[in-house]
Design a binder for this molecule. Structure first.
Ligand code: BEZ
Ligand code: FE
Length: 290
């Protein structure tokens, strides 16, 4: 079409997509371009505003490398990553939550009841629970990956003073689908705000804090892999997570133990536990693969 105008440009774009366009790609493009064009028409976007947006995207590309993906961070602080999580979460399973940029492959295996705390500072926490299917049956074939910040609010791959793979492990589950690990209580921390995402946060009066959390990837044969996080009920940032990751069913309690009850049996750190320490009991429910 030659005389394209404000009203026809969206349909003209769609007509340009040839018959070889895969149906799902056509469907996604149709919706994406419809919403983009509506956005411009509804806001009356100016050239200056368009240029600012392009400059922000250019900066986002320039700061992105193998260690830092500013595009993902934009998706996170806009609520896009969490929205994708929410629409793909299954109501019969534990909610999923953002993966975040600090997961790395290759974390070492830790036996049931193993000690991840080792020489780390901070309050000692024993995290334990069970992995079950949505039908309630324990999943002894499950695998759990756990990663978290140290007491200083930094992940091992952000902090050269921490050993490689500090506070990261693949946890073994027992014959009853149960897991148990001794670790430290992580601290709240900020998402990186020294780049274009930070500019947006600062321009809109938003802080970059996330509530403290433990990250998990839980998988089992025949089940959908769950990427999620657990948050303590008393964290000051629970209601204002910069990346919208908190869900009611992901809130846990650190129960303070004063030594009047014996620690759970089978813990590698059993003899070294000094009071007070904390326990967290959390069960993961996985949806069956469709
Ligand atoms: C995190 O959980 O580590 C995280 C998630 C999203 C953006 C930045 C950090
Ligand atoms: Fe995190």
């Amino acid at each position: 079409m030659r005389n394209v105008n404000q009203e026809t440009v969206t349909q003209v774009f769609l007509d340009y997509c040839g018959p070889e366009t895969p149906p799902r790609l056509r469907f996604l493009l149709e919706h994406l371009v419809r919403h983009l064009h509506d956005f411009v028409r509804e806001t009356g976007l100016t050239h200056d505003e368009w240029r600012t947006a392009i400059e922000l995207l250019t900066e986002t590309g320039e700061i992105t490398d193998a260690e830092r993906n500013e595009f993902v961070l934009f998706s996170d602080v806009l609520g896009l990553s969490s929205l994708v999580d929410m629409i793909n979460s299954r109501p019969d399973a534990t909610s999923s939550s953002v993966l975040g940029p600090f997961h790395i492959l290759g974390a070492p295996e830790l036996a049931f009841g193993g000690d991840l705390r080792r020489d780390n500072d901070g309050a000692t926490v024993i995290v334990s629970g069970q992995v079950r299917g949505a039908d309630g049956a324990p999943l002894p074939g499950a695998a759990i990956e756990l990663w978290q910040t140290a007491d200083n609010g930094l992940y091992s791959n952000q902090d050269p003073s921490q050993p490689e793979y500090n506070l990261r492990a693949r946890l073994a589950v027992n014959d009853d689908g149960r897991y148990a690990v001794t670790t430290v209580r992580p601290a709240p921390y900020t998402v990186p705000d020294d780049g274009p995402v930070g500019k947006l946060l600062h321009a809109t009066g938003r802080h970059p804090w996330r509530p403290s959390h433990l990250h998990f990837i839980v998988s089992a044969p025949g089940h959908r892999t769950l990427v999620t996080e657990l948050f303590p009920h008393d964290d000051p940032y629970l209601d204002e997570d910069a990346v919208f990751g908190v869900r009611d069913d992901l809130i846990m309690h650190y129960e303070e133990q004063d030594g009047s009850r014996p620690p759970p049996v089978g813990l590698e750190a059993g003899d070294r536990l000094t009071s007070p320490y904390y326990t967290v009991d959390f069960d993961f429910v996985l949806a069956a693969e469709a």
